[in-house]
Structure formats: C-alpha cells, structure tokens
Ligand binder design. Structure first.
Ligand code: COI
Length: 364
C-alpha cells in the first residue's frame, strides 16, 4: 500500500541473539519481554500526521515540559497477535481497537489518528518482529499502541503535538498460572470512574487511579480489584483493567451495561457476549448490585463469575472479599463449565483453530 512504503524502516542491528530471544519467548511472563522495534508516527498541528517510522526500540527524548508528563494527556490500546496452526500470524478485531483509540482520543482532546494508519503501524511492527510471537501453547504477542502529548507547554490546553507509538512484548498469562481462579477485592472507598468522567476512555489516568485499590486488595491477599459505581457504591462496574461477567443457574449471563459511560467498551467483553448468544445463553447487560452478588452466591443461584479482557482473556473468579466479609463462587477454585466453554471458543477463533463466523480474525 501507499502507507507501507511511507514507513521509514531502520532495523535493529545490535539486538539480542536468536538463542536469547527464543529463551525469552518460551517463558515471557507478562509485559517485560519487549520486541526489538517500535513504530512511531508524529503529529504536528497544521501539518497533521507525518514521518511514520519503524525504529529499534529505544528510550524517548521528551522535553521535560511535555504535556503528557504534567497533565496526563495520554491514551493506549491493548491487543494481541496470535500464532496460527500453519505458523502464520493473526490479529483479533484490530479495527475495533483502532476505532476505540479514536474515541479515547476524542475524550482526551487529542489528535485523531486515521484507522488505516493505526492498523498499518501495528501490521508493520508485527511483521518486523514476528519472531517474537510465541508458540500458541506459550502465549501471544501483546501489542501496546499508545499516544502521548509532546508539546512543551505548561498552560493547561490540548497539546499541539503528539506521538503515536506501538511497542510489543511476548506474553504468557496475565495472572501467574498457579493462581487458578483468582480472588477479587471489592473496593468500597475509591472509585475508578464517575458519570461524565473518563471511564469510557482508555487513558492512563484511569489505571493510575486504580492502583491504591489494587494495593489494598493485595494487602487482603487478592489478585484483582472490583470497582463499584461512584454514586451509590452499590453497582458492579469493572475491575482494575478488565470487565466482569456473571453466569446464573438458569443459563443467563449478566454484565454491567455501557450506558453509564463509566465502563470501558471491552473488545473481549463484546466478543464474549456474541459468543454467549451463539451458544444459546441469555445475555443481559444490566446493573447488578454487590449485595445481590453475595446473596446469589450464598443461595447457589450465581454459578460462575469471570474477568475478561485482552490481557486477562477469560479468568475465573473464585472469591470476593470486602469489608463486609468473604464470598465464594462455586468451590472457589475451579473454572466453571460456561467460563471454560467461552474461553475455549474465543481462543480457538483467536488462534485460528476453528472457523471464524464473525470474520474477527485478520492475517498479518
Ligand atoms: C488489556 O487487557 O489489554 C489492558 O489494557 C489492561 C491491562 C490490565 C493490561
């Protein structure tokens, strides 16, 4: 394409050895085993997006007054590349990430990156760093596109300059594998998002705001944190970087609705709702109260709860803990049958092991 030739490519020449890379890719953990290159596109007011490049991954040069460092004008995405059975590389609904990135940019008063430029940058990076895509038994290549405000200006105003950057890392499970079903701290004090706030945008500030709750959860022995709504501290919203879903004994799947504007429009969330409907489950996007969760779990009506996201995929939740006490889902350890089936169906499509009825998978 025209854009492809527009990317200036500078290959890394002094990278780690193939042997060292193989060792990293075989046991990558999450978010540390970074690939050799990065994609960068620059925005300047008046000129638009320009200078697309693939470069050896390297530290950024930023003016210490760059807006991102002071006023957090920053957004990001999370997506993955999957190794198909024939060795080829697949992306899952990448245009959904490109669209959501535009929505996040709009909320944060940042420049709109055209979808095709977003997709081309991801494609170019995955192509040049394809040796970093793990075997399917090990994991995936986690791709992190992001945009930062780079104008050196301390006035509080939208930046006139941005950099769009894509980095990637080989990735195994987000939660350490010995976790099994994870335990979740119900945060009753701080909130993640409120109506009219930035909860709907995938901006760094939302994640920074979740960290004290995450620390408190950890102090209570929990892997993750669940946030409640800001007004009543009653309704389930989302977790510290993933959505939440409940499965009831009558085969209904419930997840918090998006119309509050406080919940991230998860692509995994959306895909699972479609797959659940395909599988004959009744899907309800409706508010669900934390007291009800405790009551339904105790009465045996609530059978399974899981977290879902690009990084988390589908992770069963075994226990909730809060100031009000503990609540166990099922036996507190196992993956329930609906959770297991949805995870399997999603992963089979993502890794190209089955047909793809919704045309979600794109070959790189
Ligand atoms: C993702 O799931 O891709 C995220 O961006 C969330 C974070 C927990 C890694």
């Amino acid at each position: 394409t025209a854009l492809e030739t527009a990317f200036k490519i500078t290959r890394k020449t002094d990278g780690i050895s193939a042997v060292e890379r193989e060792r990293l890719v075989a046991d990558p953990g999450f978010g540390r085993a970074f690939t050799d290159h990065m994609a960068v596109i620059t925005y300047t007011e008046g000129r638009g997006w320009h200078s697309p490049e693939i470069l050896p991954r390297q530290p950024l040069m930023l003016d210490p007054a760059a807006s991102v460092l002071h006023y957090a004008q920053e957004i990001f995405e999370g997506m993955k590349a999957y190794r198909a059975p024939d060795g080829g590389i697949l992306l899952f609904r990448p245009e959904a990430n490109a669209r959501r990135f535009q929505k996040s940019a709009e909320r944060m008063a940042m420049a709109q990156l055209p979808e095709d430029l977003f997709l081309e940058a991801v494609d170019q990076l995955v192509t040049i760093d394809q040796a970093w895509v793990p075997k399917p038994e090990v994991g995936t290549l986690y791709i992190r596109p992001f945009m930062i405000a780079t104008e050196a200006a301390l006035g509080v105003k939208p930046s006139a300059e941005f950099k769009f950057i894509v980095i990637a890392c080989a990735a195994g499970e987000y939660f350490s594998s010995d976790a099994g079903a994870v335990s979740v701290w119900v945060e009753e004090n701080s909130v993640r998002a409120s109506r009219g706030g930035t909860g709907i945008a995938k901006c760094g500030g939302n994640y920074a705001a979740s960290l004290t709750a995450q620390m408190e959860g950890k102090a209570h022995g929990c892997h993750q944190v669940l946030f409640l709504d800001a007004e009543e501290r009653r309704w389930l919203e989302e977790m510290g970087g993933m959505n939440v879903m409940m499965v009831f004994e009558d085969g209904t799947l419930v997840t918090p609705p998006l119309d509050t504007g406080t919940i991230l429009h998860g692509i995994t969330r959306d895909s699972l709702l479609t797959l659940a409907r395909d599988n004959g489950l009744t899907v309800k996007e409706e508010r669900y109260a934390i007291d009800q969760l405790y009551a339904d779990a105790a009465a045996g009506r609530l059978k399974e709860v899981f977290a879902c996201g690009t990084a988390a995929v589908v992770t069963p939740i075994g226990t909730f803990k809060s100031g009000k006490g503990d609540c166990t889902i099922g036996d507190g350890r196992s993956t329930g049958p609906v959770t297991a089936k949805l995870r399997q169906t999603l992963c089979d499509i993502q890794f190209g092991r089955t047909n793809d009825p919704h045309d979600w998978v794109k070959r790189v």
